[in-house]
Design a protein around this ligand. Structure first.
Ligand code: HEM
Ligand code: HEM
Length: 177
């Protein structure tokens, strides 16, 4: 299949963000069960810093993507429509999950830090608002995890078929069909 590849910036943004997101899902999932103490505070601090990084990355990615359309896909029919729908929903998740997390953390008494540097918050200490945005955050992140599972299942299918689709998202020299 002679499909065009994504460009290097698109590939770097895709994989850089994939690593950050999987890390965040793992960290989020494990940190909420930690007992109160230094380990829990450190895990929450790292989660918020990485989450803010993800929030910045999606802004860069969307600005970049707006000027650089995806290479035309060789997929056709319902499968192509499903893949495109999942990609669009992944972008919705990548925007709203960190925003909900940021807003949840805005409505607390604690300062919000990005790797040690304090960042402005958009709220004030308010338990009700904090609980609402936490709930939204949890709904977004777990819906996003389900989308990622679907996306990876699709990618695995193409990997097994060896139809060249995965190569579109890999740097040229790494993949010889
Ligand atoms: C957190 C994990 C991931 C996220 C959030 C994510 C997100 C996305 C998005 C939004 C696109 C669409 C790019 C565009 O056209 O603008 C995309 C494309 C793609 N992703 Fe992922 N991805 C993730 C993990 C993976 C993994 C683990 C694989 C492979 C095993 C993979 C393989 C691909 C491929 C091959 C494409 C290009 C599909 C095509 O050519 O139509 N992704 N991804
Ligand atoms: C795409 C980015 C993000 C992902 C994938 C993510 C993922 C998660 C996950 C999986 C959880 C555990 C949910 C559960 O209780 O089952 C969680 C909780 C949490 N996240 Fe995030 N997160 C992201 C961004 C952020 C950001 C930007 C912030 C704040 C600046 C944040 C703050 C929190 C907080 C405070 C909790 C704990 C909620 C609680 O104690 O119930 N997250 N996150």
């Amino acid at each position: 299949m002679s499909a065009q590849r994504y460009t290097l910036p698109a590939i770097l943004l895709h994989w850089g963000q994939a690593v950050v997101i999987v890390w965040l899902l793992w960290l989020g999932w494990t940190m909420v069960d930690l007992p109160k103490g230094a380990e829990r505070s450190a895990a929450y601090g790292l989660h918020k810093s990485l989450g803010l990084l993800a929030m910045g990355l999606i802004v860069v990615r969307l600005l970049w993507r707006a000027r650089h359309p995806a290479p035309p896909s060789p997929a056709v029919g319902n499968e192509a429509r499903l893949a495109t729908a999942v990609h669009h929903l992944l972008y919705v998740f990548l925007v709203f999950a960190p925003v909900a997390g940021y807003l949840a953390s805005s409505f607390t008494q604690y300062p919000l830090k990005f790797f040690g540097v304090e960042v402005p918050k958009l709220g004030w200490p308010d338990e009700g608002m904090n609980a609402t945005f936490k709930l939204l955050h949890v709904v977004f992140v777990w819906s996003g995890a389900a989308l990622i599972a679907l996306h990876i299942a699709g990618a695995l299918k193409h990997a097994l078929l060896r139809d060249g689709m995965i190569a579109r998202m890999l740097p040229g020299r790494l993949f010889k069909k």
